[in-house]
Design a binder for this molecule. Structure first.
Ligand SMILES: Cc1ncc(COP(=O)(O)O)c(C=O)c1O
Length: 308
């Protein structure tokens, strides 16, 4: 957002149903976050809601490829073109995911918009051994500027042409990521296999809605997130915890209800789908090392609680 010269007061349209990092950067730069609704099936930003939220102050859209599936990028890019907006894809959870255009061509998520961002936090699909992240863009000039901003605004040592910060990727993390990158597709395959096991196990349970797959995306399963219907979610969470199975709520408080925005005097928004999902989602363990015995233990423990 610094690289795109966004200025205080500029509006950035983004989902509320995401990790706070998506919106915290907007707040840090004193831009105005405009929280919009997500689609109840895919958990990703709803293009119709974006269109309704555009004002003369809107400068950018930040779609989030939540849980490992792409937001509807073609529709988002059409809106961006119509209103001359930047698109910054939050690809923290979906590295390796394919967006499939109407004409059948594919692009990796994060490479469709103006800039893609990702996180190498250890639990991510491509995780480092500590913190890290990257930005990607097809615009060479912008890439040069972003590199400068991430390195104290310099391209030549000690000559600081721009206001920047230290956001360099640590060399040790980079070395690890260079090796792990070669295996990203295998990691994704392992996650998909676990997701397939869960899908099958819960297929006949009316109280559990398994993750839906959008026609325009594949899924890299950073998370495997269920939507519960008429189930006591905290009861299930406690039941699983008693059996040493971690389950998580991503996220218990949506962005538009976070206290950090109290001082922003944002207009009140009503995001009924976001609030509805916030009360019903629960994520089961998913990673590359789950074996069938563990998956069977997890699924039977979930069903044991739900069918009791
Ligand atoms: C959707 C989303 N955006 C942004 C981030 C931020 O990543 P980092 O903490 O590496 O900056 C995360 C990380 O958890 C995330 O899940």
């Amino acid at each position: 957002m610094m690289g795109l010269d966004l200025q205080p007061g500029d509006e950035v349209i983004t989902p509320s149903f995401t990790y706070i990092a998506t919106t915290a950067v907007i707040a840090l730069l004193k831009l105005t976050p405009v929280f919009v609704e997500v689609d109840a099936q895919t958990f990703c930003i709803d293009p119709a809601a974006i269109r309704d939220a555009v004002t003369p102050k809107t400068k950018a859209i930040v779609p989030v490829h939540l849980y490992g599936q792409s937001a509807p990028m073609e529709e988002i890019m059409n809106i961006a073109r119509e209103f001359s907006l930047y698109v910054i894809e939050d690809n923290a959870q979906a590295i390796g995911c394919d967006y499939i255009f109407n004409n059948g061509t594919k692009k990796k998520t994060g490479t469709v918009g103006t800039i893609g961002t990702t996180s190498f936090y250890p639990s991510k699909n491509l995780g480092a051994y500590g913190d890290g992240g990257a930005l990607y863009t097809n615009d060479d000039q912008l890439a040069g500027k972003l590199k400068m901003i991430a390195n104290h605004g310099q391209s030549k040592r000690y000559y600081h042409d721009l206001v920047g910060c230290n956001s360099r990727l640590d060399s040790i993390q980079a070395a690890i990521l260079n090796e792990k990158l070669k295996h990203l597709d295998e990691y994704i395959e392992a996650r998909r296999k676990a997701a397939g096991f869960y899908d099958k196990a819960f297929a006949n349970c009316a109280k559990i809605k398994t993750p839906s797959r959008a026609s325009y995306s594949n899924h890299v399963f950073h998370q495997y997130t269920l939507v519960l219907q008429s189930v006591n979610r905290s009861g299930l969470n406690e039941h699983l915890a008693s059996k040493q199975i971690p389950s998580m709520i991503y996220y218990p408080v949506p962005g538009h209800k976070q206290k950090m925005f109290d001082s922003f005097n944002l207009p009140e928004v009503k995001l009924t789908t976001t609030d509805w999902l916030t009360e019903r989602v629960i994520s089961l363990p998913i990673h590359t090392e789950l074996d069938e015995e563990q998956l069977a233990y997890i699924t039977s423990s979930v069903l044991e609680y739900i069918n009791q």
